[in-house]
Design a protein around this ligand. Structure first.
Ligand SMILES: [Zn+2]
Length: 448
């Protein structure tokens, strides 16, 4: 089979090309008109062809909290949004993915229910250091932990010392360690300055999670990365104040990488109404100047990639409109590509930039070698994307388990027309393949 288009997105730019696919993989990139007679052809016309998005951070919550989200609903929504690979975090499922037994339960829940390819992160919590090497050998993509309270009691945070000790135990397996970086001591102190127990405005919530909490935690992580052999990754960076620290560490060849999320690149604190708890997340969305500095961080390469951090909950958990009590987490899986593209094009970035931030770099850093670019030998995971078309996200077109998302009603650029997974058309303008064809992705752990 051949998929061709006038605007095929490679890391070195956009050009006409034909993608020749055999056994689910790309085996040749040809000129646009390089088609053998009788070959099955899908012509993308004016659509851009991009590799499928690789999202390394999504909370699917199944098993145990599948009333919040589940593998089938999340991955259908993902396919409609141009994502072909996602990696599920170790929380907020019950059990959390902190042992091989829990990973088995995850895998059982996902198998036969995923419309795209899905991998798993394991978790580091106090007391599970003995489980980590087995999790890595079972093929998890990374090990995730929190330095502060995670929000759920079954997934406790760890101290920097506990994290450091856990990394030592598995250093030979070259783990990729993902960290929610906010200092608990600074969060506690900030929270204590807010006199009210509840009924917080957005400004009060913002003051309870200051930039300094992120910066202090990241300083600690840089010290760990400097002396351990582990690759450390900061999930969902919100504070641009941490960018100089990260840039300096990278200049010293310290192994630290960073992601940010569509919501930090789209929204700004000044425009968040009190009560708009669909925008509550941690760390919080900061001001417009911060947002622009994050865009600069992406442009400079200090921020490595973008992940959705899709983190839905029951809508009731946000319905009290109180920023002190509402569940924190933003639901965005289906529209993360369109949201990023909308803001990127406004700032003069191109499709190759978005491809680098959402496909190529995540596949490299997550070591998902078959994913992330359109090259011979890679899986034929690709999307036909109409970058100049707009749509307004309507509630009835949201395929997450719940419709609550701050993107509902927003006009965005970029319509995903078709999604191909390993060469098979799985989504075509609002309709899906007859059955889920996703696979479980495992990353081979190599002793370093
Ligand atoms: Zn998360």
């Amino acid at each position: 089979m051949v998929v061709r288009g006038r605007r095929v997105v490679f890391d070195r730019g956009v050009r006409p090309a034909s993608l020749h696919i055999r056994d689910g993989a790309i085996f040749k990139i040809g000129e646009w008109d390089e088609i053998e007679p009788g070959e099955r052809l899908f012509d993308a016309g004016d659509c851009a062809i991009l590799p499928g998005v690789v999202d390394l951070h999504a909370h699917i919550n199944e098993p145990g909290r599948s009333e919040w989200e589940g593998f089938s609903t999340a991955t259908r929504a993902a396919a409609a949004g141009g994502i072909t690979t996602l990696v599920d975090t170790p929380l907020n499922s019950i059990p959390p993915t902190v042992s091989s037994g829990a990973l088995l339960k995850k895998t059982d829940a996902a198998r036969d229910n995923v419309w795209i390819d899905v991998g798993f992160h394991g978790g580091i919590v106090p007391g599970n250091a003995d489980d980590l090497s087995k999790l890595l050998c079972d093929g998890i993509v990374g090990l995730k932990c929190f330095l502060c309270d995670s929000g759920v009691e079954e997934f406790s945070g760890v101290s920097l010392a506990q994290l450091s000790a856990a990394i030592e135990r598995v250093a030979d397996l070259d783990p990729w360690v993902l960290v929610h970086a906010e200092s608990p001591a600074i969060l506690d102190a900030a929270r204590a300055t807010i006199k009210k127990q509840d009924s917080w405005t957005y400004d009060e919530y913002l003051r309870s999670r200051p930039d300094e909490a992120e910066c202090a935690a990241i300083e600690g992580l840089i010290r760990i990365a400097e002396r351990s052999r582990a690759r450390i990754h900061v999930v969902h960076l919100s504070s641009a104040k941490a960018l100089p620290l990260i840039a300096t560490a990278k200049a010293k060849q310290i192994s630290i990488t960073v992601e940010t999320c569509p919501h930090y690149l789209t929204f700004n604190a000044e425009a968040i109404a009190d009560g708009a708890t669909e925008l509550k997340c941690a760390p919080p969305i900061r001001d417009a100047a911060n947002r622009e500095a994050l865009w600069k961080g992406l442009d400079d390469g200090v921020i490595d990639f973008i992940a959705s951090d899709h983190s839905p909950c029951l809508p009731e958990l946000k319905s009290n409109r109180d920023f002190s009590q509402a569940w924190g987490g933003i639901s965005s899986l289906q529209c993360s590509l369109a949201a990023v593209w909308t803001e990127a094009r406004r700032r003069g970035f191109g499709l190759s930039d978005v491809m680098r931030w959402m496909c190529q770099r995540p596949s490299e850093i997550g070591r998902l070698a078959a994913k992330g670019t359109l090259e011979p030998g890679k899986d034929a995971d690709l999307i036909c994307f109409a970058p100049d078309e707009t749509f307004t996200l309507a509630s009835e077109d949201i395929f997450h388990r719940h419709k609550l998302t701050p993107y509902c009603g927003r006009r965005m650029f970029g319509v995903v027309e078709q999604t191909f997974l390993r060469g098979r058309l799985i989504y075509d303008r609002g309709s899906w393949a007859n059955e889920p064809q996703g696979q479980i992705v495992r990353v081979a752990s190599r002793p370093s």
